[in-house]
Design a protein around this ligand. Sequence first.
Ligand SMILES: NC(=O)c1ccc[n+]([C@@H]2O[C@H](COP(=O)([O-])OP(=O)(O)OC[C@H]3O[C@@H](n4cnc5c(N)ncnc54)[C@H](OP(=O)(O)O)[C@@H]3O)[C@@H](O)[C@H]2O)c1
Length: 272
Amino acid sequence: MENDTIGFIGGGQMAEAMIKGIISSGLYKADKIFVTEPQQERCDFMTGTYGVQGFADSEPVWTSCNTVILAVKPQIMEVVLSTSRLFVSPEHLIISIAAGLPISFYEDGFGQNKGCKIIRVMPNTPALVLEGASGFSGNRNVSKEDLLLCEQILGKIGKAVFLDESALDAVTGLSGSGPAYVFTFADALIDAGIKVGLPRATAETLALQTLLGSVKLLIETKKHPAELRAMVTSPGGTAIAGQHVLERNAFKGIIMDAVEAATNRSKEFGKS
Ligand SMILES: NC(=O)c1ccc[n+]([C@@H]2O[C@H](COP(=O)([O-])OP(=O)(O)OC[C@H]3O[C@@H](n4cnc5c(N)ncnc54)[C@H](OP(=O)(O)O)[C@@H]3O)[C@@H](O)[C@H]2O)c1
């Protein structure tokens, strides 16, 4: 096994985003990336588009790579664990991006006594455009260097924060489920533009640019959202008239409730 190689079990959307990020940043060379993808057409696409090495089964990935990313749907993970168990050793750093499955699931699946190094990641869909937000956590066998490598890899598809595993339910509620709330807000802004008489295409352009520009302003100025809001809210003006409606209908409370509900749902999944 070499340190300059990385493997992916599953060559779907998330694996593609990560591969795109790590090749373009130079973190790994394309021919040092090994991908297991049983769907022949998809495997050909990945090897043809990115120059990675593709395989129908997982053995070459486990025997060639120290770091292996599990990028299959959670319901497939049981199969992956049973077909990979033979090849897994304590030298492997195993990073799973599957939603909802706790670290203990992999420890049990690979066998505790193997001393497996497991990192669990909760990414989100903007990773597909390399602007993801991920939380990650490792088991006791994972070293500082392993966590650093994981952070480097996740850094190629957005931002990543290290947390205790118990915090990953909150990560699921906030950033994991967050894109759904943002898409709902975007949809509402577009419909609102149409309601006040703008053509759909115009409403879409203005709403999306407003979202993008506002987030960029928050990030670049590092100002608190309330401070930036105060800057656009003049006395007796238009923004305060709109803001009043949001406040009266407990907009912030609704968002907090939504994140809390998603967090609680994630906890329920963890228990089952
Ligand atoms: N997409 C997101 O934005 C997102 C966000 C957060 C977390 N995640 C997590 O990321 C993981 C991957 O998601 P995804 O959207 O990339 O899924 P995906 O596009 O369905 O990719 C998974 C790939 O793995 C293949 N596969 C199935 N069985 C396999 C096996 N035994 N060995 C190797 N490969 C196998 C699948 O082939 P078939 O299609 O033939 O089954 C598919 O091509 C999931 O666990 C998901 O929870 C995704």
